[in-house]
Design a protein around this ligand. Structure first.
Ligand SMILES: [Zn+2]
Length: 407
């Protein structure tokens, strides 16, 4: 097992704890500046957020975004990354970057990927030659990328898999691979390695994994393997079980989560960091994420709607011209959504702003100890009728002392 004194390139300042739920507000000091927690991290797949320039992403107050190791490893490739001096320089992004290990992308994108104790075997999408992503290679790539937070290679199994033996094996293998990642990490004083808790929906496996991973003392901890189509009730149980066992003074990252309701509930369950491609992906289908739910602006009812995408929204797209924004109307987005990339571009701007602003407002509410009221207000806007509230959210929030059904 790794030594208890693993170097860390972050400090975690816990600023407030909700007196009702398990929510926390903190500041994470990373090599490229402070990051307020909780945080939603937009996903910039190939070192660019589809539809946004780095300047536009900066304008949304994003201070930590996610890059995919798999994509960067293919293009520009490790030799070019070393020559350029890493991903911050590649995309001229002065703020923080988190990279995934590359394993999940391979398993999900490449049908022929195969997991063995060595690593993930796959065929090169370029020329079909057999390749192997090991824990050591993943860390080496992430060291070349220079990201502020790097993720261990883990063995990811769909939570919906019926194969319990395989889920157990994957959890134990993920612990063994963490040890190999720790040993391979060349830059622990500048890059923070996060472990990933696995164990499917089995709470005992999750508990065992928490104990093993926490003992390795990595600077931060992720809860992985979720958001893969499992029931939301099971998702909440896993998150809540893990946060109860994780050290209070380390950041907790739930991977792949991004629907607004999931963010608010997961924050209440004690999670701090989230990422998801959904807000940017759904923008390309003409969908605007708003406090009243998702609106599809390709629908003809918006053809003569001259209001902003969301009333009162402070994003560059919605803000009126006289306040320095673009003053874009729903009618304009409707008009261009089907045929012009500018429609997707504008909605990406709005959706990323919505997500970041939602967690920022949640953070303010936690700091002012009014988070339960924030949760009720959020769900009240989304569901005008209490009968329509999702049962999983009602149950999970009841578990942390917030009753959405009470008037
Ligand atoms: Zn907006």
């Amino acid at each position: 097992m790794a030594s208890k004194s693993m170097p860390s390139a972050l400090t975690f300042d816990l600023e407030a704890r909700c007196s009702t739920t398990k929510a926390r507000a903190a500041t994470l000091h990373l090599p490229h500046g402070p990051v307020p927690l909780p945080i939603f991290m937009p996903v910039a797949t190939q070192a660019s957020l589809k539809g946004l320039t780095p300047e536009q992403l900066e304008e949304t107050n994003c201070r930590l975004c996610l890059n995919n190791t798999y994509h960067l490893g293919l293009k520009p490739g490790q030799a070019n990354l070393d020559a350029i001096g890493g991903a911050h320089k590649l995309q001229s992004w002065p703020h923080n970057i988190l990279t995934d290990s590359g394993g999940f992308q391979m398993v999900s994108l490449l049908k022929l990927a195969q997991v063995t104790e060595d690593g993930v075997r796959f065929l090169s999408p370029h020329d079909g030659t057999p390749m192997l992503l090991t824990p050591e290679h993943s860390i080496s790539l992430q060291n070349s990328i220079g990201s502020d937070i790097i993720m261990q290679l883990d063995d990811v199994i769909a939570t919906t898999s019926p194969d319990h033996a395989r889920i157990t094996e994957a959890m134990h293998r993920s612990v063994r691979w963490l040890d190999r990642c720790i040993a391979a990490h060349r830059n622990p004083s500048m890059q923070n390695l996060f472990c990933i808790i696995q164990g499917g929906l089995d709470l005992d496996l999750r508990r065992e994994c928490c104990a093993e991973m926490v003992a390795r003392d990595t600077p931060g901890i992720a809860i992985g393997g979720l958001s893969g189509g499992e029931e939301k009730t099971s998702y909440c149980r896993v998150v809540s079980t893990c946060t109860d066992l994780l050290p209070e003074k380390k950041p907790r990252y739930v991977m792949g989560v991004g629907y607004p309701e999931d963010l608010v509930v997961s924050i209440a369950l004690g999670a701090d960091m989230f990422d998801c491609v959904w807000p940017t992906r759904t923008a390309r289908f003409g969908n605007a994420v708003t406090s009243k739910g998702v609106l599809n602006l390709r629908h003809s009812t918006y053809a003569s709607d001259f209001g902003p995408v969301e009333e009162g929204c402070g994003c560059t797209c919605c803000r009126p011209k006289e306040e320095g924004g673009l003053g874009i109307t729903r009618a304009f987005v409707y008009h261009v959504a089907a045929k012009e990339t500018v429609g997707a571009h504008l909605l990406t701007m709005h959706n990323v702003h919505y997500q970041l602003d939602l967690v920022r407002r949640a953070r303010e509410a936690i700091l002012e100890n009014r988070f339960p009221a924030f949760i009720k207000d959020f769900f009240g806007k989304l569901y005008d009728d209490k009968e329509k509230l999702p049962g999983w959210a009602v149950e999970a929030l009841q578990g942390v002392g917030v009753d959405l059904m009470e008037s």
